[in-house]
Design a protein around this ligand. Structure first.
Ligand SMILES: Nc1nc2c(c(=O)[nH]1)N[C@H]1C(S)=C(S)[C@@H](COP(=O)(O)O)O[C@H]1N2
Ligand SMILES: [Mo]
Length: 551
């Protein structure tokens, strides 16, 4: 940053203003920050009238998500996990804050730059909102209104920092409003201009108030779009075909501390998606639209889906391709839904389609193999999760599930469209970003307890975790302690090949450090490979191995 502000010629004036002028740059930076606050607040307020997709911060964040290169996205998911969206919003706000502070100091001397800088930001926000997946021209309004308010705030805040010398000499600026506006729009930091601290802080207080009130009101208004209460009113029908019954004591976590439960509570279920604001679809507005290679495509309402006589209930473990070896991006739920194969055939799916392009209300496209959708047993359009309507975060009111395929090629949330298409004709979102177009879940196993590098008392205690190989099933899990033999673990009952299995091996630990490694074998005989692969482009592989210490 240059230091023109402190150029000696200006700073040693005989009028005593120099001391005051030194302190003006931080105040100008503050003015920039406050102006940004007012802009964002007003932006939220107007977004509250229009809809969440039009909020400037959300729109810019959405665009960032779409534009960032794949490795950065992978890094964000790996580093922030569930909190990747919060990290993005905080990051976006920090960038805005920095930009605004710099803009404020520049605008101290050159008002036009400040005005143009904020206007530019408004245009960027407006463009992001309008071109967003759910965007329409009216979504430009919040950003534009916010920018306008930001400009007014910036000029008002800078004015007391560059009061004409004559005015400061009397200690109070008694310019007429019109003159004040003229000087506000004028050259800015004129020589001999002074600082009216009192007026600056009064204006600052007003700006903070405006930002808080408009931002708060915007948040309240945005709550109108929340569908939680509509969701709570939905009564799920009973399935025509219930899930296979679980024997008593099936969940080994009931007796083993630190072991992942057989079913993941909805609130703990991992979440991976690109939606900064969770799509809110009113049940009464919901339509699942079929397009493309269907002989007799129809639109389906939620009531039609819920009212079907062929609903199935199944226990299925869902897994994310971004899951690292030993990672937690996998979860199990009891799902309720429409059998997918029957549904597609009913609508006359054509033999030529090899890819279903599933569209979510937020514009995401998930390309799933038509073959799997038709043939994989228990593939469904899910409407229920662990006895409740789908949680809003997990795709309310309807999502796709195809056991055995990673979520990014099977599990479209907030699904409003299925286009029967081909791989030749269309690249879905992740495929366009070079992830594998077809991606079966790799067999995997994980040690949950003991925790790595945490000390525990020597003696007999369980080594335990989970293993999954959806559609094939896990037949065996073995544990190796240091370089010893592979020791067979006890498994939770095999009730469904799509459900992961918990495994437990009691072990006598003498004091000391141990390296524990786990591997699974599928029911069709594949032994989990120790060859390491990163998640990109079709899922991680390698054995989970941790160091533990008994004392
Ligand atoms: N609309 C939409 N659906 C989506 C995604 C997404 O980003 N948007 N992510 C997919 C990915 S990568 C995974 S792993 C699963 C995760 O589902 P969950 O969040 O319910 O666990 O959803 C899939 N469906
Ligand atoms: Mo995923």
């Amino acid at each position: 940053m240059t230091t023109t502000e402190q150029a000696p010629a200006a700073a040693t004036g005989p009028d005593g203003a120099s001391g005051r002028r030194q302190g003006r740059r931080p105040l100008a930076a503050l003015a920039g920050l406050l102006a940004a606050g007012v802009a964002l607040g007003v932006g939220e307020l107007v977004a509250g009238l229009i809809g969440p997709q039009s909020s400037p911060v959300v729109a810019v964040g959405d665009t960032v998500i779409t534009l960032v290169p794949e490795p950065v996205k992978a890094f964000a998911i790996a580093t922030f996990g569930e909190d990747d969206k919060i990290a993005l919003v905080v990051g976006t706000l920090l960038v805005i804050a920095l930009y605004a502070a710099v803009l404020g100091t520049v605008a101290l001397r050159r008002r036009a730059v400040g005005v143009a800088g904020i206007a530019l930001f408004g245009v960027v926000g407006a463009a992001a909102a309008v071109t967003g997946p759910a965007g329409s021209p009216i979504d430009a309004l919040p950003s534009l209104a916010g920018a306008l308010a930001g400009i007014v705030a910036l000029l008002a805040l800078l004015a007391p920092l560059t009061v004409p010398a004559a005015a400061t000499a009397t200690g109070r600026p008694d310019e007429a409003p019109l003159e004040r506006l003229r000087s506000a729009l004028g050259a800015g930091d004129r020589k001999g201009a002074g600082l009216d601290r009192r007026r600056f802080f009064l204006t600052s207080g007003a700006a903070v108030g405006a930002a808080v009130v408009t931002g708060g009101a915007g948040r309240v208004l945005l709550n109108r779009f929340d569908v939680r209460s509509a969701r709570a009113e939905i009564a799920l029908p009973a399935p025509a075909s219930p899930a296979a019954p679980l024997p008593a004591g099936a969940d080994l976590a009931e007796t083993v501390d630190g072991l992942t439960p057989l079913f993941t509570p909805n609130g703990d279920f991992y979440r991976v998606d690109t939606a900064i604001t969770v799509p809110q679809i009113r049940p009464s507005d919901y339509r699942l639209t079929l397009t493309g290679m269907f002989d007799s495509p129809r639109s389906h309402t939620l009531d039609e889906l819920l009212g079907r006589a062929d609903l199935i209930e199944r226990d299925i473990t869902l897994t994310c391709v971004s899951n690292e070896v030993g990672g937690t991006l996998a979860g199990t739920a009891r799902w309720l839904g429409v059998p997918l194969g029957a549904f597609l055939r009913e609508n006359g799916i054509q033999a030529g389609s090899d890819q279903l392009v599933c569209r979510s209300s937020d514009g995401m496209t998930i390309g799933a193999p038509t073959r799997s959708a038709l043939d994989v047993e228990d593939a469904m359009i899910a409407v229920g999760m662990n006895g409740e309507p789908l949680p809003v975060e997990h795709g309310f009111p309807a999502r796709m599930l195809i056991p055995g395929l990673y979520g990014y090629v099977s599990a479209c949330k907030w699904m409003v469209g299925i286009e029967a298409s081909t791989y030749d004709a269309y690249d879905a979102y992740w495929t366009e970003r070079d992830w594998a177009p077809v991606a079966p879940i790799k067999v995997a196993s994980r040690i949950d307890t003991p925790a790595p590098l945490r000390r525990f008392a020597a003696g007999r205690r369980p080594i335990a975790g989970v293993a999954w190989a959806q559609t094939r099933g896990v037949a065996a899990v073995e544990v190796r302690v240091d370089d010893g033999e592979w020791l067979p673990a006890e498994l939770s009952p095999q009730v469904d090949a799509d459900l992961w299995r918990q495994w437990v091996l009691p072990y006598d630990f003498a004091p000391g450090a141990y390296q524990l490694t786990v591997r699974a074998t599928t029911a069709d005989g594949e032994v989990q490979t120790e060859e390491r692969a990163a998640p990109f482009p079709n899922g991680s592989s390698g054995l989970h191995s941790i160091r533990v210490i008994a004392t």
